[in-house]
Design a protein around this ligand. Sequence first.
Ligand SMILES: Nc1ncnc2c1ncn2[C@@H]1O[C@H](COP(=O)(O)OP(=O)(O)OP(=O)(O)O)[C@@H](O)[C@H]1O
Length: 204
Amino acid sequence: MQDMEGSLTARDRVGIQDFVLLDAYTSETAFMDNLRKRFNENLIYTYIGTLLVSVNPYKELGIYTKKQMDIYMGVNFFELPPHIFALADNVYRTMISETNNHFILISGESGAGKTEASKTVLQFYAVCCPSTRLLDNVRDRLLLSNPVLEAFGNAKTLKNDNSSRFGKYMDIQFDHQGAAVGGHILSYLLEKSRFLSTWVTGSV
Ligand SMILES: Nc1ncnc2c1ncn2[C@@H]1O[C@H](COP(=O)(O)OP(=O)(O)OP(=O)(O)O)[C@@H](O)[C@H]1O
């Protein structure tokens, strides 16, 4: 009985980890309430089925370590608490077993954490995919191109100190063993006007 009460209290405190299980699943208030409860406990990720909702914590939570990657690697999607590593791992394993293309779409308002999320996914693949000297070269190029792109295409705005002023399409090519053998990063919709005014005024 005590255990039951204890777990009910915990659930009440940290909310539920999948919005699909919310009793009032059509209520925006209930949705926001659940999100707020979790955020207050530093739980920034919540699922809606296989969709991942993320809230920017604007602080280091220590949840992107190698140890965390190991925990999520190869584990079924719903077995562990919601995490971007679970999503990255699930996409990777599905791609290998189905031998077809998969994509991760990241969307949200400015400052939501899209760029950081994309870098976290890249870092996960950098650690989890098979590695050889040649493959490490590809991995390093993908990871290290980000600071260069950000140097030319990012600017400080009212919403985000490091706001991408362009859209980014990243593709990673894997071989049949799941090794990352190549990739492209295409930038588009570069907001040249804002970029230039940043140079002049220092912010947009
Ligand atoms: N998961 C996270 N943990 C801690 N801090 C984060 C996280 N995600 C984002 N941030 C912080 O929020 C800032 C803004 O995030 P980011 O640049 O990824 O937003 P964005 O959605 O790409 O914005 P924009 O559309 O303006 O480019 C980052 O510079 C970082 O300081």
